[in-house]
Design a binder for this molecule. Structure first.
Ligand SMILES: Nc1nc2c(ncn2[C@@H]2O[C@H](COP(=O)(O)OP(=O)(O)OP(=O)(O)O)[C@@H](O)[C@H]2O)c(=O)[nH]1
Ligand SMILES: [Mg+2]
Length: 697
């Protein structure tokens, strides 16, 4: 396997809305460069980058895959990411691996919701961007309309460097505005083309667009601007170097034209990827946390210095074991070397470094700064970790994952498999840090959370296929809580005289509400030893235990203050146990008087729906006790923000699907707790009682 120097490497990440053609473009790039012998198709399940069984079955990308090709002496690493919102966090995490973000846009639909989202990720990560306008061969594809929408969304620094020749099914080539030449492709998907002069009917359009491009490039640099004012144009060399710089400094976002499935325009795109896009050493600084001071300092990818690499992604392969995809950010990494994991503090011995082609991998002796490779079977290393020679003394900043939107209660099909299930889920979490698994203390259920129904379903499918654990998913119970709205002042006395040793504990407490989320507070105001000091923790424990058991419907009581201000004791009969019981008794008595209420979790929901269905979606939200917070239109999609009680959102996904004809999606996270309206309280209490009976039956 060939080894490439940092300067001869280009790392690109393909991002975009679901179905825009990222995987097909990766396939066309690989085929055009001769890295594979046929043009893989998503429909046929034979692309290099949709290599997982689930991806092949569903015909969508679920998890980022890495592939590579060689073009004119350069190595291009391609990260093909998911476009579906449900999996978009994987996309974001993969973006840090590239120096150029290639935003793939469907020429029929133009700017879509996820186009904007991935653009905002790239902005946040300060990454250079290029746009590939794909599917120009489709009916109703439009260069003009797509360009207008793109410039409206992302500004006029987004400039075409190519024009399509022929429309829709007649799309057969491109005019390259940089070289001022035309490239006409043969029909079929061979990728064979002829270079010609710009066709006459496109000359005036090409000239106008070329001038716009030159002007935009001149604007990037004072010297070029001066030159442009003097001579009214730029030389080819200035155009090229100016465009390179403009892309790198994120002042220019070039737009390319292709049809991935017809393999048109792809070879010119390859030319420009290696000629215009920045190499890894030209990447702006990335944050590095010093191992000693824990301070963040800017770090520049460099060939010198100790070897260091960042783990972009961890895959759990049932056959190969753990695969870590890493990017070398400093020095050169050699096969069979020993590195320190600066995140988990373990020492890792690397085997042979592997370069990836989708699922397949192949050994290499050394990998230089900026290149991406894989290492197999590391013990204690996962996504976001830093592996380095001990003298490196630092770790790169991890990508943070927000709380997932949807939770399901999960349990193994066969009882007693809890441990096996937890273990398998643990392995899966390594691979997918946007999944979460926890036990909800309020309801005692195991919850598996993901960014959407599909995400959790795919995870459950994997549990079965990869780890042989079958589970059932249920709608999770709503973790209601209880609190008080009034005050109470009571005495709790526990006195028992049975045979030998008696029991005696006596306490007086005040119970008062606290603000939402202020939690529990216990104040001891006993003076003069009415209760000896060593019994006071027992009173508190009694209160806490009673509060956990709830009062109205068995849900934990939260946000209250207890002040213990008096009591009495017995020299012989008092004990921790007696005072604990007294504390519990006092608490329950106080609850009766303190106007208890039920609290329910309220979700912050964001819904994406086609504009024409927005009315129905909002009507439905109203019937779910939802409060609309705001509305926004993004490229034909209505974005609705709302707060809705969790209890009303448990079966929302199928409703949204039917309201929007399958085109809607949503995202939600817990916002806060609010009082359950009086007319619904009885129902919740009743349900809780029934459940308790079922359990004890
Ligand atoms: N006509 C036409 N169809 C295309 C083109 N590129 C992709 N497609 C089709 O569009 C569909 C989606 O293509 P993919 O490559 O899977 O899209 P993707 O962006 O990778 O999708 P996700 O990974 O699910 O986000 C497939 O049916 C492709 O055959 C193109 O240039 N022209
Ligand atoms: Mg894909």
């Amino acid at each position: 396997m060939k080894v490439f120097d940092s300067e001869n490497i280009r790392n690109i990440v393909l991002v975009g809305h679901g179905d825009s053609g990222k995987t097909s473009l990766a396939s066309a790039l690989l085929y055009s460069a001769g890295a594979v012998s046929r043009l893989g198709r998503v429909e046929e399940g034979n692309t290099i980058t949709d290599c997982d069984q689930d991806e092949i079955e569903r015909k969508i990308t679920i998890s980022t895959a890495l592939a590579r090709l060689e073009w004119k002496g350069f190595k291009v690493n391609i990260l093909d990411t998911p476009g579906y919102r449900t999996f978009i966090l994987d996309t974001k995490a993969s973006m840090v691996g590239a120096e150029t973000v290639v935003v793939v846009v469907d020429a029929v639909s133009g700017v879509e919701v996820q186009t904007e989202l991935v653009w905002s990720f790239a902005e946040e990560l300060k990454l250079p961007r290029a746009i590939v306008l794909n599917k120009l061969d489709r009916d109703r594809a439009s260069f003009q309309r797509s360009l207008e929408a793109l410039q409206a969304a992302f500004g006029r620094s987004l400039v075409p460097v190519q024009l399509p020749i022929g429309e829709e099914s007649n799309f057969k080539g491109i005019v390259d505005l940089i070289r001022n030449r035309a490239y006409l492709y043969e029909t079929g998907t061979s990728g064979k083309f002829k270079e010609e002069a710009v066709p006459e009917e496109l000359q005036s359009e090409a000239e106008k667009r070329r001038e716009e491009l030159i002007e935009m490039i001149a604007e990037q640099d004072d010297e070029l601007m001066e030159k442009f004012f003097e001579s009214g144009t730029l030389s080819d060399a200035e155009l090229l170097s100016g465009l390179r710089k403009g892309i790198q400094s994120q002042g220019v976002f070039p737009l390319f034209c292709v049809s991935s499935t017809n393999n048109v325009g792809v070879k010119q795109l390859l030319d420009w990827i290696v000629e215009l896009f920045p190499n890894p050493l030209e990447r702006g600084s990335i944050p590095l946390v010093d191992a000693g001071s824990k301070e963040e300092t800017p770090f520049q990818i460099g060939k010198d210095g100790p070897a260091a690499a960042f783990v972009l992604k961890t895959l759990a392969d049932p056959f190969t074991g753990r695969i870590n995809v890493i990017k070398v950010l400093s020095g050169s990494l050699k096969s069979e070397s020993t590195l320190k994991n600066f995140s988990s503090e373990v020492e890792e011995r690397l085997g042979t470094l592997q370069v990836m082609q989708g699922k397949a991998h192949e050994g290499v002796p050394v990998v230089h700064a900026g290149d991406i490779c894989a290492v197999l079977k590391l013990k204690g290393t996962t996504t976001g970790d830093t592996l380095a020679e001990p003298s490196f003394q630092g770790s790169f900043k991890k990508v943070e994952f927000p709380e997932p939107a949807i939770s399901y209660a999960i349990e193994p099909k066969s009882r007693g498999d809890e441990d096996k299930m937890s273990h398998a889920i643990g392995r899966m979490l390594e691979e997918d840090p946007s999944l979460r698994f926890r036990r909800e203390s309020g309801t005692k259920e195991f919850l598996l959370s993901g960014s959407g129904q599909l995400h959790v379903e795919v995870a459950v499918g994997k549990l079965k296929k990869k780890f042989g654990v079958e589970v059932v998913l249920r709608t999770p119970k709503v973790p209601y809580r209880e609190t008080i709205t009034g005050k109470a002042d009571v005495q709790g006395k526990h006195k028992k005289q049975t045979g030998g040793h008696g029991q005696f504990g006596d306490c007086k407490i005040r119970l008062e509400p606290r603000k939402r989320d202020e939690g529990f507070q216990f104040l001891n105001e006993i003076f003069g030893g009415a209760i000896p000091r060593n019994y006071i923790p027992a009173v508190e424990k009694g209160v806490v235990e009673a509060a956990e058991k709830g009062f109205l419907a068995g849900y934990p009581v939260v946000d209250f203050k207890v002040t213990l201000y008096d009591g009495s004791y017995h020299a012989v009969d008092s004990s921790d146990m007696a005072f604990k019981i007294a504390g519990s008794l006092a608490f329950r008595k106080a609850m009766e008087l303190a106007k208890p209420v039920l609290l329910e979790p309220i979700m912050k929901v964001e819904i994406y729906a086609p504009e024409e269905t927005a009315g129905d979606v909002m009507g439905d939200l109203n019937s779910r006790r939802g409060r609309i917070l705001g509305m926004d239109v993004k490229g034909g999609t209505q974005v609705i923000g709302a707060k809705v009680p969790m209890a009303e959102m448990l079966h929302y996904a199928p409703t949204l699907t039917s309201l929007t004809g399958g085109r809607g999606s949503f995202h939600m996270e817990q916002s806060h707790y609010d009082v359950v309206p009086a007319q619904l309280v009885e129902r919740v209490i009743e349900e809780a009682r029934r459940e308790k009976e079922e359990k004890s039956a």
